[in-house]
Write a protein that binds this ligand. Structure first.
Ligand SMILES: *[C@@H]1O[C@H](CO)[C@@H](O)[C@H](O)[C@H]1NC(C)=O
Ligand SMILES: *[C@@H]1O[C@H](CO)[C@@H](O)[C@H](O)[C@H]1NC(C)=O
Ligand SMILES: *[C@@H]1O[C@H](CO)[C@@H](O)[C@H](O)[C@H]1NC(C)=O
Ligand SMILES: *[C@@H]1O[C@H](CO)[C@@H](O)[C@H](O)[C@H]1NC(C)=O
Length: 412
């Protein structure tokens, strides 16, 4: 009971504070990036940017953002060799913005471009930039939202990676995924091990195989409302989840951006979701981070994550016996099994202080299932929460520069 009450306070307090602050009318000026989309942010820092669209086999039109070269000059330290292509893939409810969220010397997208890479930023179906389909209308057709991360893994990854290879002319690329950008890639590689021919090296930031041991607000919600939520989604069908028109953005704008002290508060609230310690990110930019996040997904994905949290393992989306039989030919959804992943060098970046990609889950699943021959590196980063891997101001030293060093071995 006591735990329940303190859990409840953990959730309700920030909500109440946010609502109270909504009533205030004074607005402090916020950073320019608050109002810009990803290509505009890239341009505003003086980098070249391209937008590419690709259509998946099931008809979703996804938008890719490319930073073809660095700011100072198109000439890299890698001279006239073709630029290595690096593909950066965001996580659940996020977007390509994740990789350009900080100042240029701190953000993965810019750091890789300046190091001589041809940088591609993916956008999963249903987010701000990939809310389009050849026939379905996201605002009118519920069917547009009838998918989970199984389909992201099956259709979005090959479509986007294929496009990056086609346009750049490269035969394979370096893949860097964050959170769901890793779960979907692990799933893809386990179902179709030959997909590894397109990936030269795979860098998994805050890697996710299972989320049975997740902590923080997500696990609170999962424990107390998960079953009801799954039931609701099963009954009424999937719909858009936290899209960019959602109230949240307005709340953030009129609260977190108000006074300096509130930025700290918003930062603390965000911590409740992802893990402790805020000193690795730039508090004055929290309104900017939150203006672009959440960026939208489908409620099936949330229900699917909740199934993984409740039952453990890495099942495909559970639609109930009848539909499972039709779709999978069995009553229970099949499990992904990462033991089949082969012929791909994988480097894992993780932290004991991450509440969503926990050490226990890693030990039970990825560390156990992945063939030791594919795991070429495992880097434990101390005192990092989930979001520090993309938004940490020191992620450049702890993560991105290490990636550049690992890749540079291939280029000499
Ligand atoms: C890509 O899609 C965007 C948004 O839907 C559209 O404005 C743009 O013209 C498309 N670009 C290309 C090259 O097809
Ligand atoms: C969603 O897709 C599944 C199979 O992929 C199907 O069984 C189900 O009927 C669909 N639901 C709706 C509302 O279209
Ligand atoms: C934090 O972000 C602000 C802009 O939002 C910038 O002026 C400042 O230099 C950044 N601080 C650090 C430590 O990166
Ligand atoms: C995964 O597959 C391996 C090899 O076929 C098997 O030994 C193992 O039990 C499977 N693990 C799970 C969790 O299904």
């Amino acid at each position: 009971m006591r735990e329940k009450i303190s859990d409840l306070i953990t959730v309700m307090l920030p909500v109440l504070v946010l609502l109270l602050l909504l009533l205030s009318s004074y607005t402090k000026s916020v950073d320019l990036e608050f109002y810009l989309d990803t290509p505009e942010v890239i341009k505003s820092w003086g980098y070249p940017v391209e937008v590419h669209n690709v259509t998946t086999k099931d008809g979703f039109i996804l938008q890719l953002h490319r930073i073809p070269y660095g700011r100072d000059s198109p000439i890299s330290s890698l001279d006239d060799r073709p630029r290595p292509v690096i593909f950066l893939q965001h996580g659940f409810l996020c977007s390509s913005f994740d990789w350009v969220a900080n100042l240029p010397h701190q953000s993965a997208g810019f750091v890789f471009a300046d190091a001589g890479f041809d940088v591609w930023l993916g956008n999963f179906r249903g987010n701000t930039y990939s809310r389009k389909h050849v026939t379905l209308n996201p605002d009118k057709d519920r069917e547009f939202w009838n998918w989970s991360w199984d389909q992201i893994s099956e259709y979005d990854l090959p479509a986007m990676i294929g496009k990056a290879l086609e346009v750049s002319g490269a035969e394979s690329l370096y893949y860097t995924g964050f959170s769901m950008g890793t779960l979907t890639m692990f799933a893809k590689l386990s179902v179709d091990p030959s997909f590894s021919r397109y990936i030269k090296k795979y860098f998994a930031l805050a890697p996710v195989g299972t989320i049975k041991h997740a902590r923080g607000v997500f696990s609170f919600l999962g424990r107390h409302f998960g079953a009801n939520y799954q039931e609701y989604v099963t009954k009424y069908g999937s719909d858009e989840l936290f899209g960019s028109s959602w109230l949240f953005k307005k709340v953030v704008k009129y609260t977190c951006g108000l006074f300096d002290t509130l930025e700290e508060l918003c930062s603390d609230i965000t911590m409740l979701f992802v893990g402790t310690s805020s000193d690795h990110w730039n508090q004055t930019r929290v309104p900017v981070y939150l203006a672009h996040t959440p960026a939208g997904s489908s409620s099936n994905v949330m229900a699917h994550l909740d199934q993984m949290f409740s039952y453990g393992g890495t099942p495909a989306y559970d639609m109930g016996e009848e539909k499972n039989l039709k779709k999978y030919g069995q009553k229970l959804p099949p499990q992904y099994n990462f033991t089949s992943i082969s012929d791909i060098p994988i480097h894992l970046f993780w932290s004991e202080d991450d509440w969503l990609s926990t050490k226990q889950d890693l030990q039970e699943t990825l560390f156990t299932q992945l063939n030791p021959q594919v795991v070429q590196g495992s880097y434990q980063i101390s005192n990092y929460n989930h979001l520090h891997f993309i938004w940490g101001t020191d992620a450049v030293d702890k993560v991105y520069k290490r990636i550049i060093d690992i890749v540079s071995v291939d280029l000499t």
